[in-house]
Design a protein around this ligand. Structure first.
Ligand code: ZN
Length: 380
């Protein structure tokens, strides 16, 4: 992008990113919208536990089979208790679940990773308790529209919510958002809305602030009356050198990969209650902003055949407890380490928790959170 355009883009971004402010800590009004009165049949005793993880790629059939041991039956085994006992469980589906489609990248290039998971593996997500997966990432279009649609059909059949993909040609309509009603431990019900943003033209984009505001504030909150809004995003540079959260926008091999601090804050100003990110393949800091929880990168969680060494092997699962208005109560970083071809395994040394604690200390100015070496997250 030429420098002059870049400066113009930055100025527009700053203006737009600041136009959703005015959020209170106990509800979701913004300065631009009428106050939204949420239906509150629930009591203050109601709390919600939300489990979030990063990239999931359960094995690849392209160009050759590279599948986990025992056909993946046990890839989530170590994390299953935590994943299934949360009220809401979400991740990022980093690839397609399909059987056909034309490869989009040049196979001879070393960077040409393309992922196609077998449809029977959708059941592994169901068994692990996933309610929702974001599709706004850089692999959902690896085999163009054909495999993207098959992925959505496979998730639909399995009853797993999804959103965030987009046809760059504008021919097919994909889900921008997803809503689901959950029963709280007290028996009360709560409506939860989900949406996902990435950095490619085949996904909804973090920098498309008009869409971010329209989906979160207008659709999920105002029209659909969601009491809790969960926002998934894919963004940031990749690799061990990308563990620190920068100020400003990020570029990776010529791709503009988001202005992530501002995006996360903007999403919350618009009404988001939990914002969880991934994309760098390593973990990043967490933040409490207006009493809402942000995870800037959860790294990899279950990426079969890749991302098992060094920092990319850290596979955190974060559980977040909120009240019915989305205010953060406390949380826990459960540390897992990926094992080659086997998925995430419990990590008694708590590497992921220690790394997130240390990055939060260096990268979040005046952090309002205390993170113990065991991963317990509390408010200061
Ligand atoms: Zn990615």
């Amino acid at each position: 992008m030429p420098k002059s355009t870049y400066i113009l883009f930055l100025s527009i971004t700053i203006i737009v990113f600041t136009s959703c402010t005015g959020k209170q800590t106990s509800a979701h009004p913004t300065s631009e919208q009428p106050t939204i009165v949420k239906p509150t049949t629930q009591t203050e005793a109601d709390t919600l536990t939300i489990a979030v993880v990063g990239d999931i790629m359960m094995g690849n059939t392209f160009p050759h089979n590279r599948l986990p041991a025992e056909d993946g039956k046990y890839i989530f085994e170590d994390a299953k208790d935590i994943l299934t006992s949360a009220d809401i469980t979400c991740g990022n589906l980093e690839g397609t679940i399909a059987t056909s489609g034309k490869p989009r990248k040049n196979l001879n290039s070393k960077m040409a990773f393309m992922f196609m998971m077998p449809p029977r593996y959708t059941q592994h997500l169901v068994d692990a308790g996933f309610d929702y997966v974001g599709l706004a990432n850089n692999h959902i279009y690896d085999f163009f529209e054909e495999a993207m649609i098959q992925t959505e059909e496979n998730l639909e059949k399995a009853g797993i919510g999804y959103s965030g993909a987009k046809d760059p040609k504008g021919i097919n309509h994909h889900k921008e958002l997803y809503t689901k009603e959950f029963t709280l431990p007290t028996g009360n019900k709560i409506k939860v809305g989900f949406c996902a943003f990435g950095h490619e033209d085949y996904s909804l984009r973090t920098r498309d602030t008009a869409s971010v505001r329209r989906i979160i504030a207008d659709s999920l909150q105002k029209q659909l009356n969601c009491q809790i809004v969960i926002v998934c995003f894919h963004g940031g540079r990749e690799g061990a050198g990308a563990r620190h959260l920068p100020y400003g926008s990020e570029n990776f091999y010529g791709d503009e990969r988001g202005f992530l601090r501002d995006f996360a804050h903007f999403a919350i100003d618009c009404g988001a209650d939990i914002v969880y990110g991934h994309g760098p393949h390593v973990v990043r800091a967490v933040e409490l902003y207006n009493n809402r929880f942000i995870a800037y990168s959860l790294g990899n969680f279950c990426t079969i055949g890749m991302g098992t060494s060094g920092l990319t092997g850290n596979a955190p699962l974060i559980t977040i407890r909120t009240d019915i208005n989305g205010n953060f109560i406390d949380g826990k970083i459960h540390s897992f380490l990926q094992q080659p071809m086997k998925g995430p395994k419990k990590d008694p040394s708590n590497s992921a928790a220690k790394e997130i604690a240390s990055l939060t200390q260096t990268d979040i100015k005046d952090s309002k959170l205390i993170i113990s070496q065991e991963g317990t997250i509390t408010i200061k």
